[in-house]
Design a protein around this ligand. Structure first.
Ligand code: C2E
Ligand code: MG
Ligand code: MG
Ligand code: MG
Length: 285
């Protein structure tokens, strides 16, 4: 607690700093152990086709439950891992886990469920990124065409030759490519024309108020038109309400992801969700 003298403010701040740095130290230690023990799990969020209502793919989102720190959100540990370089082994653990989950889906006869992986720009820009991802896929006997790679605008905006080379190669290997959080980055649109992209994912911040704010609606409408002219499909992120679904359908959006349909689920629950979804569809709901 802060002392009452003139230095009180300072010592209070100092205590806080100490707790902060203790947590960072713990985070660092526990992350290293988690890499060693392969403790990262993936949850899966369905992507629903606006036209058919079918689940046409799934996004893998990392989840980390730690005995000392509790649940740590990717919003907290991914930035730290990026700063320290730990993101590379973490990313490799995640890709490996996605391969194992793919095999599990296959064993349950679920075969048309492409898995989207979020790839950090730090990993993507490593000179051996493509070798590292292919090695993991090959080791697990997984086909590249079953996976999508989600990259943010920030990752690809530099339009460097090396970036284009990598994207073209990934595409040739069979991966689908998405731009994540579209509209929030440094929207230089030139890269959209240069790169072989399959999907644009419109960020939740645009979707959130499309029903009440005309200008958000105008932006989303324009993004959808533009993407279609460039032969890309559009995914709306963070859809929570039926009205948003209806409006997005009217605007010609291709796919929808969000709590309205489902939160990201552990693999087993996702498989159950799929069975339930198919039944609902058969019953014509
Ligand atoms: P993102 O890739 O844009 O993922 C979407 C985030 O929005 C996820 O949060 C998801 O759970 C959440 N979300 C989905 N639908 C809704 C909705 O209807 N409403 C609201 N409020 N939220 C929704 P999450 O899982 O906490 O992930 C946050 C970010 O962390 C991701 O954003 C991504 O940038 C990063 N991340 C997550 N998993 C990974 C991973 O495996 N690797 C890497 N490199 N980054 C990851
Ligand atoms: Mg994503
Ligand atoms: Mg996103
Ligand atoms: Mg995001």
């Amino acid at each position: 607690f802060a002392k009452q003298n003139g230095r009180g403010q300072f010592s209070f701040y100092f205590d806080e700093l100490q707790t902060d740095s203790k947590r960072v130290l713990l985070l660092d230690n526990e992350l290293r152990k988690a890499i060693e023990n392969d403790s990262f799990e993936l949850h899966y969020q369905p992507k629903v086709s606006v036209t058919t209502g079918a689940i046409v793919g799934v996004e893998a989102l990392v989840r980390w439950q730690n005995e000392k720190l509790g649940f740590v959100s990717p919003g907290e540990f991914i930035p730290y891992a990026e700063e320290t370089g730990l993101i590379i082994p973490i990313s490799e653990c995640i890709i490996n886990r996605a391969c194992q989950d793919y095999l599990k889906l296959k064993s349950k006869n679920i075969k048309n469920m492409p898995i989207a992986l979020n790839i950090s720009s730090i990993h993507f820009h490593q000179s051996n990124f493509i070798e590292s991802i292919m090695q993991i896929l090959e080791r697990n006997n997984c086909p590249a065409h079953y996976f999508e790679i989600e990259l943010t605008e920030r990752t690809v905006m530099n339009s460097e030759k090396e970036t284009i080379r990598k994207l073209v190669l990934l595409k040739q290997l069979g991966f689908k490519l998405s731009i994540d959080d579209f509209g929030t980055g440094y929207s230089s649109l030139s890269y959209l024309v240069q790169f072989p992209l399959n999907y644009l994912k419109i960020d939740r911040s645009f979707i959130q108020h499309i029903c009440s704010l005309d200008d958000k609606q105008a932006v989303v409408d324009a993004i959808i038109q533009m993407a279609h002219r460039l032969h890309m499909k559009v995914i709306a992120e963070g859809v929570e309400q039926r009205e948003q679904v209806q409006l997005l359908r009217k605007m010609g959006c291709d796919m929808i992801q969000g709590y309205y349909y489902s939160k990201p689920l552990p693999l087993d629950e996702f498989i159950e969700f799929l069975e339930f979804w198919e039944l609902e569809q058969l019953e014509g709901k």
